[in-house]
Design a protein around this ligand. Structure first.
Ligand SMILES: [Ca+2]
Ligand SMILES: [Ca+2]
Length: 135
């Protein structure tokens, strides 16, 4: 076999392997992305009960709910659109009624830092792309 032919075969083999490898990587990413409408949860205090619930549209989080006093009922709700903060509602005294509403992300993040720093990593986010969230 000529040297050029061997080189061409090796080149094609490498392309073939790269194709399989990239297909494998894509499959890995696809499985990590929730389907449209799927809900993902996170157990922050590791007691077996979810404390943050993310509602998704398959690409972005559309709504996030957090139970900051761990009583099983959400008391912070963040609404997002296309990966951006839209508004947040907070039940500050955990009576089931919203006391505070935020339409400004900066004001919400300041409140969060002051009152619920444990939830900062989960609710104070530069974007709400689900591929970037750790569940
Ligand atoms: Ca929990
Ligand atoms: Ca609660």
């Amino acid at each position: 076999m000529k040297k050029e032919a061997s080189a061409a075969i090796i080149f094609l083999f490498v392309l073939f392997c790269l194709n399989i490898y990239s297909g494998y990587c894509q499959a890995q990413v696809t499985t990590a992305v929730p389907a449209k409408g799927e809900i993902k949860t996170f157990d922050l205090n590791k007691d077996g009960n979810p404390d943050v619930t993310y509602h998704t549209d398959g690409k972005y989080v559309t709504k996030a709910e957090a139970d900051t006093n761990y009583d099983g009922k959400p008391d912070v709700v963040v609404h997002t659109k296309d990966g951006k903060f839209e508004s947040a509602e907070v039940d500050t005294n955990h009576d089931g009624v919203t006391e505070k509403k935020f339409s400004d992300v900066k004001a919400f993040n300041e409140w969060l830092n002051e009152n619920n720093p444990d939830f900062n990593d989960h609710l104070n986010r530069p974007d709400w792309d689900i591929t970037l969230l750790k569940f």
